[in-house]
Design a protein around this ligand. Structure first.
Ligand code: TYD
Length: 210
């Protein structure tokens, strides 16, 4: 055990579709549990019941989803997720590992779809109601590699095209430059083992500082 947790920790995993962040999230869960921490994993969009309905529209609706509608659906899902799952888990002293969160909205709806980034930042603030990540891990991978990893069965967001995904990647990198203390960059072009070592080292450092 590194320390006794009074209040939990909130760690978000960000990056392109195909960046390998979900694999690393699961590996980190096991690693932290072996150290004696209580860990919960969750994701956006669609962790809990209302969320699953929203996720279904966002990823699988086969008609038009206007950009502003998409934006509000991601934010509505987040407001639900924070209130019903993330906040209570942190208050219970758990480590919450969340697959995507606020930075996805800035990268995808902001840089990708071209929605106003400052507006999105304000809307994110309303949705999270004062709960912010202690750490964000950004798994950065070249868009070409990410697209190969995604494969041919793509959901609505994954089908948005290579130019869209390049803008998303660039958006993430901008966000990391703006928030170097919170967002740590990980080279996800490397092997799963190397990426895991890098991820683990960042998390160990955070735990030792707490
Ligand atoms: P998901 O299947 O969870 O993908 P991944 O395993 O890559 O996380 O799909 C989530 C998709 O939704 C993904 O393409 C990113 C997108 N997304 C946004 O566009 N905005 C957001 O705010 C969030 C949370 C996700």
């Amino acid at each position: 055990m590194f320390f006794n947790m009074q209040k939990g920790l909130f760690i978000t995993f960000e990056g392109a579709d195909g960046s390998g962040k979900t694999t690393q999230l699961n590996n980190i869960k096991t690693f932290l549990e072996e150290k004696g921490y209580e860990v919960v994993i969750t994701r956006e969009p669609g962790a809990l019941d209302i969320g699953q309905k929203i996720r279904n529209i966002l990823l699988h609706h086969d008609g038009i989803v206007p950009d502003k509608c998409e934006m509000f659906l991601f934010l509505a899902d987040r407001a639900n997720h924070i209130e019903t799952f993330i906040k209570p888990a942190i208050e219970q002293g758990k480590i919450v590992l969340c697959d995507r969160h606020t930075d996805s909205t800035i990268a995808y709806q902001g840089y990708g779809r071209g929605q106003d980034i400052n507006l999105l930042k304000e809307l994110n603030k309303i949705a999270v109601n004062g709960i912010n990540p202690d750490l964000t891990l950004l798994f950065d991978v070249s868009t070409e590699t990410a697209q190969t990893r995604v494969g041919s069965e793509k959901d609505r967001m994954e089908s948005a095209g290579i130019e869209f995904h390049k803008k998303v990647r660039n958006g993430y990198l901008e966000l990391q430059k703006e928030n170097p203390n919170r967002i740590k960059l990980i080279n996800a072009n490397n092997s799963i083992e190397t990426v895991f070592e890098d991820t683990k080292n960042i998390i160990i450092k955070l735990l030792q500082e707490k």
